[in-house]
Design a protein around this ligand. Sequence first.
Ligand code: SAM
Ligand code: SF4
Length: 334
Amino acid sequence: MNNTHTGQNPALIDPFGRRIEYVRLSLTDKCNLRCFYCMPKGHKDFEQPENWLTFDEIERVIKAFTKLGVARVRLTGGEPLVRKNVAELASRLTALPGLDDLSLSTNATLLNNQAQALKHAGISRINVSLDSLKAERFKQITGGDLQPVLDGLMAAKRAGFSPIKINVVAMKDINDDEFEDMVKFCLQHDFTLRFIETMPMGATGDDATNHYLDLQTVKQQLSQSFDLIPGVMPGGGPARYVQIKNTDLRIGFITPISQHFCESCNRVRLSTDGTLYLCLGQDDKVELRPLLRAGISDDELKNILIDAIGLKPEKHEFKEKPEQVVRLMSMTGG
Ligand code: SAM
Ligand code: SF4
């Protein structure tokens, strides 16, 4: 294959005709919580700090991506806010020409102190994981305390983030009696609500699979209490939305298992150690860190990214081969 690309910067189009314009960037694989479906208890096998991409390296890779048409980046992890100086990195990224949208996925435990600075740095939209509004249950699911999360959410609201999306992993026998309460909570605070199906990720796969809930069931359950009408969410990604009649509340359903959305996938993931993963559920990857540290030129970096997109697989196989994936979500960047 000829892997040099000259002339005008091309867009990133994968072998299945999908345009890649979105990068999910993992700032750390560490987390201060231990959601049982994400990170096994006692998990300690974290990346060494010397292998983390530095802010300079991250900025360089994202700049190269923006020149190839990537307009959106989401900071994620692990828990991105356990890394120091995230607001500084955010300012550097939002200053890049072509980057229209920098967003953040967080568990919100550390948001209370950081919300203002992150908003000033140009992060506009945030997603917060919140699987239960009951303190004891929250602790069982995550190993942590609920109150800092609620404080973080209120700080985000005061700081003016919009939208604030609450991500609920819907789990049979864990939180399936709380979905109506979640709707009421989001109505009260003007949050967007999204339900996610559990995916079999790495060593936690069995736990996740045992509590799997098809989101069609959740929608049916909610339609008995609320008048649901079709809804849209600008830039809503893979979620399918409904709205509660006569309210602004949108409810999204992210169904990687029951109705996968691979045919419209527009994203790649850059992990903490600088590995570019082409799919959350497959192992196709390119290790950028050694190349960056070996001194490749900007043109070489551009060509490596273009060629990497050529490796993007057609789809994940969570349903067909739940045992296949060996990475934790926190490693790839959820
Ligand atoms: N720590 C941040 C948070 O919790 O939002 C960002 C990283 S977390 C890995 C990103 C999202 O992945 C969260 O919404 C979390 O609920 C989701 N997630 C993690 N493991 C999952 C699994 N096995 N199935 C479905 N969603 C999962
Ligand atoms: Fe941490 Fe987010 Fe994974 Fe929970 S889902 S353990 S908060 S990275």
